[in-house]
Design a protein around this ligand. Structure first.
Ligand code: GLN
Length: 231
């Protein structure tokens, strides 16, 4: 376990809980809260030791150390991000170094393209995705995934009308596959999963994201981009 985290005792569950160790008391991760499973992400982030903030307006992006885009319906999240004027701001902040974690519909939002159709995307990762890739008959399923970056213990993946990554550019690090298809990946400060880690109680991916956010912070907050946000 990285030094950023220290173990504390969770008396209720009787299990070890890892807390983020950072001198910055206001280490806050935003969660886009327009539609979908945002509350579960807030809970997971707080259990992992960060403060979570629901984001609906541009000014709520201010001061964030990272941002989560949850699962839901990517066409709806995309349209709402356009009408709330969040799409450009998030793209600018991510371009200036703010890490972003996208799960399921959030993975679609981070992509540079979808195989079929046209919808607003952030275009922050060099990936092309196939939505609802596992077909109508297998809309939802669960599978234990091998994610070497997280250690030997498999990660329980909950897939709900999930996409997969159809094409990944050479700068993209594939972290997990299901049936040979990439379902988790990372590129710079961007992290995506086709499944829903916020629904499992396994905090390893949220911790990984917090580590990414801590190292991005060390390299300096994207102050210039924040100033240019306005309201
Ligand atoms: N099928 C949805 C989409 O393509 C994603 C589903 C989910 O986020 N659980 O946007």
């Amino acid at each position: 376990m990285p030094a950023l985290f220290r173990e504390t005792q969770n008396a209720k569950l009787g299990t070890g809980n890892w807390k983020l160790e950072t001198e910055q008391p206001s280490f806050t991760i935003g969660v886009i809260a327009l539609q979908g499973a945002f509350r579960e992400h807030c809970r997971a982030l707080e259990s992992a030791g960060a403060c979570a903030r629901e984001v609906r307006r541009r000014r709520e992006l201010e001061g964030l150390a990272g941002l989560v885009i949850p699962g839901g319906e990517s066409t709806t999240i995309g349209k709402l991000m356009v009408s709330y004027r969040l799409l450009e701001s998030v793209r600018a902040l991510a371009g200036a170094g703010m890490p972003v974690f996208g799960t399921c519909a959030g993975l679609v939002m981070l992509a540079s393209g979808v195989v079929e159709g046209d919808q607003p995307l952030l275009n922050l990762m060099d990936i092309e995705v196939r939505r609802n890739a596992f077909g109508r008959q297998v809309k939802s399923f669960e599978a234990d995934l091998d994610v070497p970056l997280l250690g030997e213990e498999p990660f329980h993946g909950i897939f709900i009308r999930a996409p997969w990554i159809e094409r990944a550019g050479q700068d993209v690090e594939v972290l997990a596959r299901y049936d040979a298809h990439p379902v988790a990946a990372r590129q710079g400060g961007m992290l995506v999963t086709a499944f829903h880690p916020e629904l499992t109680g396994d905090l390893r991916l949220h911790r990984l994201f917090l580590e990414m956010a801590v190292s991005a912070r060390r390299e300096g907050p994207p102050a210039a981009a924040l100033r240019s946000l306005g309201n």
